[in-house]
Design a protein around this ligand. Structure first.
Ligand SMILES: [Zn+2]
Ligand SMILES: [Zn+2]
Length: 119
């Protein structure tokens, strides 16, 4: 499995990581970056050849369990712009419509309308 260091962007293989027993918990292992010596900063990298994005998804496939970045999830690959695709198509949340002000109530993450400042 490929790994990358969050701290210094070192790229390598999982078995190149420094490993040690956690001095505070002997049941636990810690790993260190061979380049910057940061502890537990290694992230698994996408299994796709030549892709070094951090893994964000894991899924079973015909050839076994795979972990990739968001771009390389089968069936969710970023579409290459087709001839009919225009950059005007909304890809993200639309900008607030006129009349919306930041003093209005805001939508909570769970979709419920919650008054702003209610904490
Ligand atoms: Zn590092
Ligand atoms: Zn990838």
């Amino acid at each position: 499995m490929k790994v990358i260091c969050e701290e210094c962007n070192w790229r390598g293989q999982q078995d190149q990581l420094l490993t040690a027993i956690n001095p505070f918990d002997s049941d636990d292992d810690i790993n260190g970056c061979p380049q910057c010596k940061s502890i537990n900063t290694a992230l698994f990298a996408c299994e796709e050849t030549d892709c070094w994005e951090p893994v964000t998804c894991g899924f079973p496939t015909a050839v076994g369990y795979r972990q990739t970045c968001g771009k390389h999830v089968p069936g969710r690959a970023a579409p290459t712009p087709s001839p009919g695709w225009t950059s005007d198509e909304p890809r993200v949340a639309p900008t607030p419509s006129p009349g919306w002000t930041s003093d209005d109530t805001v939508w909570g993450k769970d979709g419920r309308l919650s008054p702003q400042g209610d904490e």
